[in-house]
Design a protein around this ligand. Structure first.
Ligand code: SF4
Length: 471
């Protein structure tokens, strides 16, 4: 998600560049809402950022405030209708909403709003609907600015549960919101003044590299439980949630897998943290081998760390097709399977006859890993020792990663020995949770690690309803 409030800047192009930097967070659809101060225009479609927006589309969008989104579906099917930003018109005005995360009380919210099943097709649509319904009931504060979106959000947000980093805009405001646990990251950046734009501008982004790419600098992370409203007067901060709900729990998998290596989260660079995870893994699960290789891309920094700490040589053993998306977040099983075959290819001269340590960031279903082990053996690897830079993924995530059903999670159903046999490896070892937290180096901060421990920071829906809802 990426939003800009910057009079005098070419805002649609900035959003395009920001979304392009965030493409790893969602590859199913992309969209952008732009306001010129009066009218909000939304363009969205299925596909990657570069296929949804071309020069002609961008030239047709005019305005000084904009919000972009790339979607990875966790609730609601991967369809045009569910592409974001979601738009709702309210009277003569309208607002757009982008959502990163996953609400956990969708059914209760829909029921209390009197909505029939099927009226909304995703949790993000539901929030758009709730916010639009809150508009007519709010007080107008009469301070010269249109307060409706702000007031409607203050009314609706406390009722929401689960993971949500929202970006919203109406004709004259850009808004960023993080849920009280801050499961998903969201940061605030600043564009310095340039000729023709003496006030500079403001940016909200899911990850810091999107700031870098547009020439903005990081001001700070939007805090768990905070809403930031940006307009001509600059940013204003609100705390819409009861203080007792505010409990920082950043998704630990942002560090392990999800975020870009050049992202900074909680003041720490993700790449350096992944390197330390590999070092820690070498201490916890050493192995006698000839070569350490990483599974590209996110396993490579941990492989380098493993090699550095163990004294074993590091090399490249797998080549990834750069033009393919992430298999972990592909929406269907068949898409994931096809994705693996197209994605990875072994370097035969590097791996043939060698005892390999293969470092990867996680094993979720085992689909990718099993095929990869087979490929390495077919390429002549003598031994394949898997080292995983996170603990076993045993519980479903309800906060924005599509791993819904425990029956699909290999570590929920097999012992490490059984996993080793199933994957066709010579050994498998995982990093401990304590080792992972130590490697991240933000010890005082709270993390969500529910998929590793089963300890969910919030209420999650009943298992039967969820299994159905997420299938
Ligand atoms: S359950 Fe796991 S993947 Fe989901 S938010 Fe928590 S740590 Fe992240």
């Amino acid at each position: 998600m990426f939003g800009v409030y910057a009079p005098g800047f070419d805002v649609p192009h900035l959003v395009f560049d920001g979304l392009f930097a965030l493409q790893h967070r969602g590859q199913e659809s992309a969209g952008m809402a732009v306001s010129d101060g009066d009218t909000v225009t939304v363009v969205k479609d299925m596909g990657l950022v570069t296929s949804v927006f071309d020069a002609r589309t961008l030239a047709s969008l005019q305005g000084h405030v904009a919000l972009g989104h790339v979607r990875y579906s966790t609730t609601g099917p991967s369809t045009w209708q569910n592409a974001q930003p979601v738009y709702r018109s309210v009277g003569n005005a309208g607002f757009a909403l982008g959502h990163n995360g996953n609400l956990t009380n969708v059914e209760a919210l829909a029921e209390s709003a009197g909505m029939l099943p099927g009226i909304v097709t995703s949790d993000s649509e539901l929030v758009g609907e709730l916010v639009s319904r809150a508009f007519p009931t709010v007080d107008h504060v009469g301070d010269g600015a249109d307060p409706d979106l702000e007031q409607a959000l203050l009314e609706v947000l406390p009722d929401l549960e689960g993971a949500f980093a929202f970006g919203l805009l109406d004709a004259t405001h850009l808004v960023g919101v993080r849920d009280p646990n801050g499961f998903r990251p969201l940061c605030l950046g600043r564009l310095d003044p340039v000729p023709g734009a003496p006030e500079g501008g403001w940016v909200i982004a899911s990850e810091t590299p999107a700031l870098d790419i547009v020439g903005a600098h990081l001001v700070r992370e939007i805090e768990p439980g905070e809403m930031v409203v940006i307009d001509a007067g600059g940013p204003r901060s609100f705390r819409p949630f009861p203080a007792e709900r505010v409990d920082p729990k950043l998704c630990i998998f942002e560090f392990v897998y999800f975020a870009r290596p050049d992202s900074r989260l909680l003041g720490h660079e993700v790449h350096a943290a992944r390197h330390r995870m590999g070092e820690q893994l070498a201490l916890e699960a050493p192995v006698d081998a000839d070569l350490v290789i990483g599974v590209p891309d996110s396993g490579v920094p941990a492989a380098e760390g493993f090699a550095a700490r163990s004294g074993l040589p590091f090399g490249q053993g797998l080549v990834k097709n750069r033009y393919i998306g992430r298999t972990f977040i592909a929406p269907t099983h068949q898409a994931r399977v096809d994705g693996v075959r197209r994605k990875l290819n072994p370097l035969r001269e590097s791996v043939s006859g060698r005892r390999l340590v293969v470092v990867d960031d996680s094993i979720v279903r085992g689909t990718t890993t099993r095929q990869m082990v087979r490929m390495l053996r077919e390429a002549g690897a003598r031994e394949v020792h898997l080292r995983i830079s996170s603990p076993p993924f045993r519980w479903p995530c309800f906060y924005g990663i599509a791993t819904p059903d425990r029956r699909e999670l290999i570590a929920a159903n097999m012992t490490v020995g059984e996993i080793t046999a199933h994957l066709g490896a010579d050994s498998v070892a995982y990093l401990s949770l304590e080792g992972l937290v130590a490697a991240i180096g933000a010890g005082g901060e709270g993390f969500c690690s529910a998929c590793l421990t089963g300890e969910y920071p919030t209420r999650v829906p009943g298992s039967a309803a969820l299994a159905a809802a997420h299938r």
